[in-house]
Design a protein around this ligand. Structure first.
Ligand SMILES: Nc1ncnc2c1ncn2[C@@H]1O[C@H](COP(=O)(O)OP(=O)(O)OP(=O)(O)O)[C@@H](O)[C@H]1O
Ligand SMILES: O=P(O)(O)OC[C@H]1O[C@H](OP(=O)(O)OP(=O)(O)O)[C@H](O)[C@@H]1O
Length: 323
């Protein structure tokens, strides 16, 4: 009969140690919990002509992109970013692979994308316009019937088709891929294209017939992203700071000192957001009036304040206004 083996002894020793350990050790410390990470919003940023203005807007809102300009996924804390051509942004927002993004209203309408517009930045304002060489422009403007479908060149599709349908014009759409203005008269009768200054139309002898749409860079969101409460919160935060920067660009802070007898007169002149702040100067030396006024009012306001008895006028920029 085997005697109690060394192995048994060892096993018993081990289990005894384990019991001792179990009895004497305090409960293990809870596993470290990482604080819940905010959901990373999938943000689409326009690459190309809209890029610099949008990125300046974000930087002014405290959302400075990292990396280089050629980095198509520029680092931005709390966001999963991608730089994309504006038309691709519209498609990805519509499909839901991106949550929010900046793009032009023109491509949103042309794609028929069902997106939620959060904010019109009013950056890069353009018109989508139908234009043609003078003789054709005259005929179309007069509503004169054509003996064949109108050959209209455009990078857009839905916008010119809707324009023609609303006027009972049969359309032969010539899809263009840039330099649309060069197509008439040989390759097209008319065009539907983006106009900013009008210099490309003029340089190519085209006359505007009718505006189809006014467009600008806007912030759009996917509908399903807005239905998700955690994403919604982040999207609302983004829209709030972007709107805050845009509002701040339209106003400046004006500060002016006045004697007591001029106070009411000067206060009445100030076109502020609510009511101006009025504070007493030390030693009963009069009052300081402070207000955020529309930038467009400034050129007339400052002389008027001085004429009404204002002194020491200070004008300063604002970074954000969140009402
Ligand atoms: N002068 C402009 N010409 C064309 N698009 C403009 C202009 N200004 C603003 N946009 C807007 O830019 C968006 C198109 O941007 P994008 O960078 O793709 O321009 P593009 O000129 O079509 O590109 P590309 O440089 O590749 O030809 C549209 O939403 C359009 O409304
Ligand atoms: O009214 P304007 O100030 O002249 O600007 C409008 C022009 O600018 C864009 O062309 P772009 O230079 O992007 O070339 P593209 O036509 O090849 O896209 C647009 O397609 C128009 O042609």
């Amino acid at each position: 009969m085997p005697s109690s083996s060394a192995a048994d002894a060892a096993g018993s020793a081990i289990s005894t140690d384990a019991r001792i350990a179990g009895a004497t050790l305090a409960a293990p410390p809870p596993a470290p919990t990482t604080p819940p990470q905010p959901v990373a919003l999938r943000l689409a940023l326009p690459k190309g002509r809209m890029q610099s203005a949008v990125e300046r807007l974000l930087a002014d809102a405290g959302l400075e992109l990292g990396g280089s300009e050629r980095d198509y996924r520029p680092p931005l804390a709390g966001f999963d970013t991608k730089r994309l051509k504006p038309r691709a942004i519209v498609q990805m927002l519509a499909s839901g692979t991106r949550d929010v993004g900046f793009c032009g209203l023109d491509w949103v309408r042309d794609e028929g994308a069902d997106l939620v517009e959060l904010c019109d930045t009013r950056l890069d304002p353009v018109r989508v316009t139908v234009a043609a060489p003078a003789a054709m422009a005259e005929r179309l403007a007069a509503g004169a019937p054509l003996d064949r479908p109108l050959r209209l060149a455009s990078e857009f599709e839905r916008l010119p088709l809707e324009w023609a349908a609303a006027r009972g014009i049969e359309l032969d759409l010539v899809r263009s891929f840039g330099a649309t203005e060069v197509l008439p008269p040989e390759d097209a009768d008319a065009i539907c294209d983006v106009v900013q200054t009008g210099s490309t139309l003029r340089a190519n002898g085209l006359v505007e017939i009718e505006d189809v749409l006014a467009s600008s860079t806007r912030l759009f969101a996917n509908r399903r992203a807005l239905d998700d409460p955690t994403k919604r919160e982040r999207i609302d935060e983004l829209a709030l700071v972007v709107r805050g920067v845009l509002a701040a660009r339209e106003r400046v802070v004006v500060e002016v000192n006045v004697d007591a007898d001029a106070l009411d007169r000067v206060v009445a002149l100030v076109p502020c957001m609510r009511r101006p702040t009025v504070a007493s100067l030390a030693g009963d030396a009069g009052f300081a009036i402070k207000a955020a006024v529309p930038r467009t009012a400034l050129a007339r306001l400052v002389p008027a304040l001085v004429a009404a008895g204002g002194r020491d006028v200070l004008v300063s920029r604002l970074e954000q206004i969140v009402p």
